[in-house]
Design a binder for this molecule. Structure first.
Ligand code: ADP
Length: 191
């Protein structure tokens, strides 16, 4: 039996990769963490792969050039696929600014037979900058952080993501609820 089918038999749900993309401060971490809790409550095993955390281990040594960002995303997708093949829902929370990078992650999943959900966590730049959760926008504006997405590096919004969450006007609970529904439809035989 393939690992992905074993997961279905043992856990009662399929594995999948949920790819959260959006500007820094858009709400990826907040929603990913809450989604993990809601999935646990629903009996669905999941794990969050957070871009900042990955950069301290698996992706340490990589910077923010386009080449390094591509490699960062390739490694994250590899790790996410391993977890998904073991039956988990891997929630990848990475800015992943370019369409080509997200398409690469999608292609890698497709080639591995792993369902892929692209979730665009959408908030305008001025709102993210107003939140400035980690103080990074202020530092980027001061010229302290080169290649900062939205300020000195591009962010390309997805054309056709499976899910779009508007975090400027939507409440966290509403956004998480909508994503949860989409994930459950994808990984559970019956919802
Ligand atoms: P990111 O991981 O994308 O950099 P964070 O999750 O760290 O973003 O920060 C998002 C901030 O926006 C948090 O302070 C969060 O409370 C706030 N916020 C307001 N509305 C929402 C929403 N609907 N969804 C997610 N975060 C929201």
């Amino acid at each position: 039996m393939r690992a992905i089918d074993k997961g279905l038999a043992l856990l009662g749900h399929k594995g999948a990769v949920v790819w959260m993309t959006g500007l820094s401060g858009a709400g990826k971490t907040t929603i990913s963490t809450a989604l993990e809790e809601r999935l646990t409550d629903a009996g669905i095993l999941s794990h969050v792969l957070d871009g900042d955390v990955l950069r301290t281990g698996l992706c340490s040594g990589l910077g923010f050039t386009e080449h390094d960002r591509n490699e960062n995303i390739r490694r994250a997708a590899c790790a996410a696929i391993i977890l998904a093949k073991a039956g988990l829902v891997s929630v990848c929370s990475l800015i992943s600014p370019l369409k080509s990078q997200r398409d690469m992650a999608r292609r890698m999943c497709e080639e591995s037979g792993v369902p892929f959900i692209e979730c665009y966590v959408s908030a305008p730049l001025d709102e993210c900058e107003r939140r400035d959760v980690k103080g990074l926008y202020a530092r980027a504006r001061a010229g302290d952080i080169p290649n900062f997405t939205g300020i000195t590096a591009p962010y390309e919004p997805p054309d056709n993501p499976e899910v779009v969450l508007d975090t400027q006007f939507g409440l966290v609970a509403e956004c998480v609820g909508e994503l949860l529904l989409n994930v459950r439809r994808m990984v559970q035989v019956e919802v």
